[in-house]
Structure formats: C-alpha cells, structure tokens
Design a binder for this molecule. Structure first.
Ligand code: CA
Length: 223
C-alpha cells in the first residue's frame, strides 16, 4: 500500500510517516503543495493524507487539481483547527474524510484502512498469483501488466482455480461455474478448457495439475 503524506509540520509528519511505515505502508512524505502536485502527477497512490495549510500551494488547490485530473485515490484531509468551513470546503472538493488536529495516530490509521477498503471494493476485486492478475469485475486477465485474452469459459475456469489457490478444485465445482455458459457441461469439455489453460499458463511458470479422482490444482513451477 502506497500512501502520499502531505504535511509541512516536521514533527507531525515524522510521527505519521514512522507509524505508517511500521504498519506496513510505503510512505512518500512531501512537505509542500507543489511537491504534492508533482508526486500525484508521477505516481499512483492507494491513499493521500493531505494537510490543508501548506507552503506554495494549499491543500484545497492540490485536491482540486488532482480531482480535475481524475486521480481518484481516497483523500483524508487534516484541518488545523475545528474549522467547519474548511471541512465542508474540503469534502466539497472531493476529500473522502477528514481529521481535526490534534488526533491520535491509531485513529488516522483506522480511517485510512476504511478508505482503502472502500476504494478497493469500488474498483472491483482482483486476485494475484505469480505474474497473473485477474480482475473479477472487468473479467480481465493481465500478465505482467499486459492483457491476455481468454474465452469466457476459460476465464471462468481460471477464476475458479485462482479463487481456491492451494486447494484442489473438483470437476463438479468447475461444471457449476460453467453452467452460466453451457447447458450441461460434460467432463470432456472441462478437460478441453483445462488443456487450453495449461498451454497458456505453462510458459508463465504456472501449472494446472490433475489430481486423479479429485480435480485440479494450480501450482507455480519449481524454479
Ligand atoms: Ca500545515
């Protein structure tokens, strides 16, 4: 998880960035609005923590510009005082949440988790396995960032295998997944789809093992 932290107060910025780092976030900490604007141009973030009172360009302007560029990462604004007008203005400009200084770090982290969770749910869930990223909302498979074409049936079989990585998937479960497409899918048809997937996945270092009598299992090739 990559966070952009925009805060000109050295002590507060240091405390937030240390604490977020410790909790497994990658933090880019910038100290003024101009640096924030550049960072938001050059990188993709999972969330932004944005102070409003900033040197060079204020937080409202940073927010306005990023939303104008359709950068939709969730933004939590930090307001210096209990200023209702600032909070309303920030939310109107596209902030997702706010915190009033002073605040406790665990509260910041809880709000950050909630925003990231909500955003991921909106973006649609993905499954990653080795070089594969399967987006279940867009029904799209990418391999090292490049889209790989699959037929809808192959996609359904792969989705079934990927959503149960580490477990054997029975032919019956695959039949059920494919019933959306075919009236009565036979075992032979499943073997055809498995065969096609094998040919596509093996060069990527991913094997589809047949577990006799039980079903199929996805496994990374030993390197
Ligand atoms: Ca400030």
């Amino acid at each position: 998880m990559k966070i952009l932290l925009v805060e000109d107060d050295a002590a507060l910025g240091h405390a937030m960035s240390t604490s977020l780092n410790r909790n497994g976030y990658t933090v880019n900490w910038v100290h003024d609005g101009h640096e924030a604007d550049i960072a938001l141009h050059d990188h993709i973030y999972d969330a932004v923590i944005l102070d409003l009172g900033l040197p060079k360009i204020d937080g409202f302007e940073v927010l306005k510009r990023m939303r104008a560029r359709k950068v939709m990462a969730p933004v939590i604004i930090l307001t210096a005082r209990d200023d209702l007008d600032d909070r309303i203005k920030g939310l109107d400009l596209g902030a997702d949440d706010y915190l009033t200084k002073p605040f406790k770090l665990p509260e910041l982290e809880a709000r950050l988790r909630a925003q990231i969770r909500r955003n991921n749910a909106l973006l649609g869930s993905t499954i990653e396995y080795g070089p594969l990223v399967l987006n279940m909302t867009d029904k799209m498979l990418t391999v090292n960032g490049e889209q790989m074409m699959l037929s809808p049936r192959e996609f359904s079989v792969l989705e079934m295998l990927l959503s149960r990585v580490g477990r054997v998937v029975s032919k019956d479960a695959i039949v059920e997944a494919l019933c959306r497409w075919d009236e009565g899918v036979g075992n032979n048809a499943i073997e055809v789809y498995i065969h096609r997937l094998r040919k596509k996945l093996e060069p990527l270092g991913i094997n589809v093992l047949t577990i006799r009598g039980l079903g199929y299992l996805l496994q990374k090739a030993q390197s």
